[in-house]
Design a protein around this ligand. Structure first.
Ligand code: SF4
Length: 345
């Protein structure tokens, strides 16, 4: 009887290899990719112009195609908020709740596995590769808290861990699994070569924006300004884009840094009041929060500072409210020394 495994696919090299190792042993594999809203994949690369030359692809889908497996992309944006707000095991170096995140994803995958009559779960985890979620002492925590117990197999490092059910039952041959450990990627690269994978996503810092220091600072700032840890999908998308400047506690400016971002922000002009320079080329700015009339002028002066009119005596801008009503403002650009460092998020 052919056994069936469901694989957590991030789009990176490790999960790609883990699946191929299982396929070599005759296991039928389907993949799951969880969409949290914080995923690095695709989004920012697609917006910013400077990366336009790089081919755009969703690496999880691409991996599935290379492996010839079905991929289920599952939106967990709403449920995942609880993990981000209140991680039982705390955050990593930034706002990344990696251990809770892993537990949550394995738990969701377990539910999927049970509903679809699959036998076990595989991940591309390697002992010691990540400081928090992939330590020898935290790996059993994932097994226990997710309820998956010994139906979780990590083919790339299985021989460093106690035998799991698929190994004990002889569904897979433990001798043909691997014993990778530590942060070096060399064994994975060698295995990729042996399997004939020449092209794969380059290992990056983490699988999501929560590991990014700048991003975490912006998220923290948003929580602080609102007085609670809520967020909507648009909030977390906008944290990935533009320069964020908070001149007053109550509102902040999201200023595009280049054309691609400007176009992206335009899509939000019905949700946020905006400013755009008209006398000179310049960025588009969204205003998020509550502001008074006189603060529009302050905002306009800041935006003008990032336009080509930054050295001109005056710059003209269009202020637009969320109903589409517009009016013109003429302001002197803010001189650089008046832009306080602490405003920049
Ligand atoms: S980097 Fe992000 S997606 Fe990956 S385990 Fe950590 S919190 Fe989860």
């Amino acid at each position: 009887m052919q056994r069936k495994a469901v694989a957590l696919i991030s789009g990176g090299l490790d999960s790609l290899l883990a699946v191929r190792v299982m396929q070599e042993q005759g296991i039928y594999v389907e993949g799951i990719n969880f969409f949290t809203g914080f995923c690095v994949e695709g989004h920012t690369h697609a917006i910013r112009k400077k990366d336009q030359k790089k081919p755009k692809r969703n690496n999880a889908l691409w991996c599935a195609e290379q492996l010839g497996i079905k991929l289920h992309i599952i939106d967990i944006v709403e449920e995942y908020k609880d993990v981000v707000f209140n991680p039982r095991y705390g955050y990593g170096a930034n706002l990344n709740p990696c251990l809770d995140c892993k537990i949550f994803m394995v738990k969701k995958a377990r539910e999927w596995m049970e509903a679809h009559d699959f036998d076990f779960i595989i991940t591309g985890e390697v002992v010691g590769q990540r400081p928090k979620s992939q330590r020898k002492d935290t790996m059993p925590v994932v097994q226990k808290d997710s309820g998956i117990e010994d139906r979780l197999l990590r083919p790339l490092c299985a021989r460093n861990l106690p035998p799991t059910l698929p190994e004990r039952e002889g569904w897979v041959d433990r001798d043909k699994l691997y014993d990778f450990s530590g942060r070096s990627r060399k064994p994975q690269m060698a295995l990729a070569k042996a399997f004939g994978f020449a092209d794969y996503a380059q290992p990056a810092g983490g699988c999501c924006f929560l590991t990014d220091e700048q991003y975490s600072i912006k998220l923290q700032d948003l929580w602080q300004a609102r007085g609670n840890k809520q967020y909507e999908m648009d909030d977390i998308m906008l944290l990935k884009v533009g320069r964020h400047i908070r001149p007053e506690p109550g509102y902040k400016l999201i200023i595009s840094r280049e054309e691609g971002e400007g176009k992206f922000l335009q899509g939000y002009r019905k949700q946020y009041p905006s400013l755009k320079t008209t006398s000179h080329a310049g960025p588009l700015c969204l205003i998020d929060g509550d502001f008074a009339e006189e603060q529009i002028e302050q905002a306009a002066r800041i935006v003008a500072r990032y336009s080509q009119g930054k050295n001109a005596p005056e710059v003209e801008l269009e202020f637009r409210d969320t109903e589409g009503n517009t009016r013109l403002l003429t302001v002197p650009p803010l001189p650089p020394h008046e832009l306080k460092k602490e405003w920049v998020v």
